[in-house]
Design a protein. Structure first.
Length: 221
């Protein structure tokens, strides 16, 4: 597929990621011309420096991986990441609120991040592994109404990552109004193409190099 690299957010989010590994991630992103690198916010300033001189975007996760902290804490994390160079923010929703049917709280949580990320791409992580079909649809409709930039399947740290069915359900609600990022468990070129064909326009993967090279990674965010 032409320009597949530009679908990929080259990702390193493990708890024991070192500064040296972040630097390698950024070097790989520049070599393979990925869309962005996706890192924890503590490494935002470092990654931004490593990407200097390139057009690779810096993406930071916020409220990761549980999404269960206060909305204010998420907003503060996002604000600092943006100050440190992030042009994209991937926030995790409060899954517990959604499971409790506290839809106004779910909405307010996302709205605060939307207002914090003015001029910055906001992706909303649903953690689809923990949701049923109706819950996925409900939160996608909220995201569509709020006009976020992307809805995203997964953190990659739950019981499973993205599935084709997840992406299709999300697409059925948001249509072309909101883009879709599939993440978690995308290990091969075939996985990537299948997600794109299902409706994803961005892919989160720690296996970006393997995907581009046509091999299969053993592990993947």
């Amino acid at each position: 597929m032409k320009n597949l690299s530009k679908y990929i957010d080259h990702t390193l989010l493990k708890a024991d990621a070192t500064l040296q590994e972040i630097e390698v991630l950024c070097q790989e992103a520049k070599k393979y011309n990925f869309c962005s690198v996706c890192v924890n916010s503590s490494y935002a300033k470092d990654a931004f420096s490593f990407l200097d001189g390139s057009d690779i975007k810096l993406c930071c996760v916020v409220g990761f991986p549980l999404g269960a902290m206060s909305s204010v804490a998420k907003a503060c994390e996002a604000k600092k990441a943006i100050e440190d160079g992030a042009s994209e923010i991937d926030m995790v929703i409060n899954v517990g609120y959604l499971k409790s049917k506290l839809m106004q709280r779910v909405k307010q949580d996302i709205e605060l991040l939307r207002s914090t990320c003015r001029g910055v791409t906001l992706k909303v992580i649903l953690e689809t592994a923990l949701l049923n079909k109706d819950e996925i649809k409900e939160v996608c409709q909220i995201c569509k109404d709020i006009k976020v930039d992307f809805v995203k399947t997964s953190t990659g740290f739950s019981s499973r990552g993205a599935s084709i069915e997840d992406v299709k359900i999300m697409k059925s609600v948001v249509g072309d109004a909101v883009r879709i990022k599939a993440s978690g468990g995308i290990r091969s070129y075939e996985d990537a193409i299948n997600m794109i064909n299902a409706g994803a326009s961005r892919l989160g993967a720690s296996s970006g190099v393997a995907i581009i090279q046509g091999s299969v990674a053993k592990d993947s965010y």
